[in-house]
Ligand binder design. Structure first.
Ligand SMILES: [Zn+2]
Length: 658
């Protein structure tokens, strides 16, 4: 870090050399450099010489500088991406048996030294000297009228703006890895559970991970005989996990019988009760370790001195208050009470806290999955057929034959080893890769449905990489925006299969959408409150943290959820594993739903093909600016809320009504 004397001295020399007219830019540039220049980067005279050599005054030269960086970085990034794609191919693509070295290659991180290289070559300092960083408020305000060039300069310098020592980053990675390991091994042996009568309620061998597995079991139980009893038992388990009363010995252990209701543990070999030790609060120790690891970064990021700042101002680029307002708007929507009433009627019982996961929003049976499989088999028997017919499929969605052919040529289709994903190209002219899973017997509806989702991603990726004016602006503002396009394509899967006339299904989907958004908005609000609390109480131990989390979860529940579901006092929102191991990621899920819905509702009566291409050309500008340019209004939860009201009206209308 340089002294203010050094700053004055360099600025003075530069103003003498370049002229008073450039003083403001010089001041900013020198500050940005000094904040990151370390002793090993060079002595004071070296630093001064560097600034005098690399400061660029006139707009045409600045434009040249940007273009040189764009060209060279696109080659670096694009080829790194190709290496990454190739080294990870066996992990991502189902291309025969894997070899043990494939995992070693996957650990080969080509990006690991990029930032160091850019600083050691001083390329990063050239950017910092010439292109000013901007606060989010400025990007959202003045950014609306910025020229594209200004956006490109800002994105370029932002890419290298953080200079955190590798050791600090490694400590953070290690903390997250340890907590991830704890979360990913938090399994409950359901067959070892006993109800108050001592009966087993779950099939032999069933093991569920908290919280995903437990939550999905609650969802599935709505249509099963005796489902309510199992839901209540799972809810009790969740309460025990949140409060850390869960006996440590039953986690990942199927040899002991656990009675969640009374919290007794019995050894089935001798029928003896095991004395359960006091809770160890490991869950909250894990959360605290993530907090402490993030806090270590604070000192190195003067402009973003907390994780809260980094998440909102840097990663998602939406102001904390705006996000909170959006979440509260959803959570306070009066229509939620009507949706709850509908669920209550369908279930024929008062709602319970776990009904935030109710998901049986549908009319009758719908189309049987076997019929859908048949349709898919006939039209797209395998991935080769999907690739070959992709052009026609895109024409069905409204793309011109030329555009459809172009997209088809830029999207490769690979069999996924996992569930499926989309990998965009790393530079212009580099194809995007659409990956979906194909069972041995050929493509089924699930694989096709995923393929449609990934097609939405890849079309966005092709447009926003190849039709963009500046490489630094490639992409969309954040993941929520690309998910929106993916959902829009996925929702049109029946249309593509020639089954457009499935009346009512859209209304049910909308109700499911708002109910899901309510649930995750509550979790997101809790996540934000937890991080604020931890920053206010950096020294609080795990027990105190636990008590605070439980209290905050109850407060959010009683404020927003109790009026809707009609039941008070629950900490269930705190069950989310993401709260522990994702460093305040959950607001992105809630924003994803809201953004997707807003874009979808804008596209409702417009041409998907035309509008999507226009939106993708906006590139990675600030989310609020993107939104206004794309759909004509700032981020808003209102389209989702309005659509839910309409959906309820439609569903209330008697069959055959207008
Ligand atoms: Zn997706």
């Amino acid at each position: 870090m340089g002294s203010s004397g050094q700053h004055r001295e360099i600025v003075k020399a530069m103003v003498a050399s370049f002229g008073k007219a450039h003083q403001a830019r010089i001041e900013t540039g020198v500050s940005q450099v000094l904040e990151r220049w370390r002793r090993e980067d060079g002595s004071s005279p070296v630093l001064r010489e560097f600034c005098l050599t690399h400061f660029v005054c006139e707009p045409p030269q600045l434009q040249n500088l940007l273009e040189r960086f764009e060209k060279n970085l696109s080659v670096v990034m694009g080829n790194y991406h190709r290496i990454y794609r190739t080294l990870n191919w066996p992990l991502h693509v189902d291309a025969g048996p894997m070899s043990p070295v494939d995992h070693l290659f996957a650990n080969f991180d080509v990006y690991a030294h990029l930032e160091d290289d850019l600083y050691q070559t001083r390329l990063a300092f050239v950017l910092l000297l010439n292109f000013p960083l901007a606060e989010l408020e400025e990007k959202e305000g003045a950014g609306a009228t910025w020229e594209r060039l200004k956006w490109a300069q800002t994105r370029l310098v932002e890419r290298i703006a953080d200079r955190v020592p590798a050791a600090v980053k490694q400590q953070r990675t290690a903390a997250y890895t340890a907590v991830e390991d704890y979360i990913y091994h938090y399994n409950i042996h359901m067959d070892a559970l006993r109800d108050s009568q001592g009966n087993s309620c779950f099939p032999e061998g069933k093991v569920l991970i908290s919280h995903w597995g437990l939550r999905d079991e609650i969802k599935a139980a709505y249509v099963e005989d005796g489902g309510l009893g199992r839901q209540e038992m799972i809810y009790k388990i969740m309460e025990r996990i949140i409060s850390q009363e869960i006996p440590g010995d039953v986690i990942g252990n199927g040899h002991l019988h656990w009675y969640p209701e009374s919290n007794r543990v019995v050894d089935p070999r001798n029928g003896e009760e095991i004395v359960v030790g006091a809770g160890r609060n490991r869950r909250y120790e894990a959360l605290r370790s993530v907090f402490l690891a993030e806090k270590k970064l604070d000192d190195y990021m003067p402009a973003l001195p907390t994780l809260i700042d980094r998440r909102f101002r840097q990663d998602r680029e939406i102001l904390e208050n705006d996000v909170e307002e959006l979440l509260k708007t959803v959570l306070s929507a009066p229509v939620l009470k009507d949706v709850a009433e509908l669920i209550r009627t369908r279930l024929g019982r008062p709602l319970q806290p776990f009904d935030i996961w109710y998901s049986e929003f549908r009319d009758g049976e719908g189309i049987a999955e076997s019929e859908l499989d048949r349709r898919v088999q006939a039209a797209y028997p395998n991935l080769a057929a999907f690739k070959e017919k992709m052009g026609d499929l895109l024409i069905t969605l409204g793309f011109t034959p030329e555009k459809a052919a172009y997209l088809q040529s830029m999207i490769e289709v690979d069999p996924a080893r996992g569930a499926g994903h989309a990998m965009g190209g790393g530079m212009p002219q580099d194809a995007a890769h659409l990956r979906t899973r194909v069972p041995a017997g050929g493509m089924d509806y699930k694989g096709f449905n995923t393929a449609m989702h990934e097609l939405g991603h890849t079309v966005e990726q092709v447009f926003s990489m190849n039709e963009i004016d500046y490489f630094s602006l490639n992409g969309v503002p954040n993941t929520a925006f690309t998910e929106a396009f993916a959902f829009i394509f996925q929702d049109r899967d029946l249309e593509v299969l020639g089954l457009k006339e499935q009346g009512g299904s859209e209304d049910w989907r909308t109700l499911h959408g708002i109910w899901q958004t309510m649930e995750i908005a509550g979790v997101a609000l809790l996540d934000m409150k937890i991080w604020r609390w931890m920053y206010r109480h950096p020294d609080a131990d795990a027990r105190v943290l636990k008590e605070a989390v439980v209290k905050m979860a109850n407060t959010i529940w009683n404020t927003y959820f109790a009026p809707v579901l009609g039941v008070r006092d629950s900490a269930v929102l705190a069950i989310y594993s993401h709260l522990i191991f994702c460093g305040m990621y959950t607001p992105d899920y809630a924003l994803g739903h809201i953004i997707a819905f807003q874009i979808e509702s804008f596209l409702q009566n417009r041409s998907l093909a035309v509008e999507m291409e226009r939106m993708c050309r906006l590139g990675r500008i600030a989310p609020q600016v993107w939104m206004k340019a794309a759909v004509g209004e700032a981020l808003s939860a209102q389209p989702l809320i309005d659509a839910a009201s309409h959906a309820l009206e439609n569903l209330r209308m008697p069959a055959g009504g207008e």
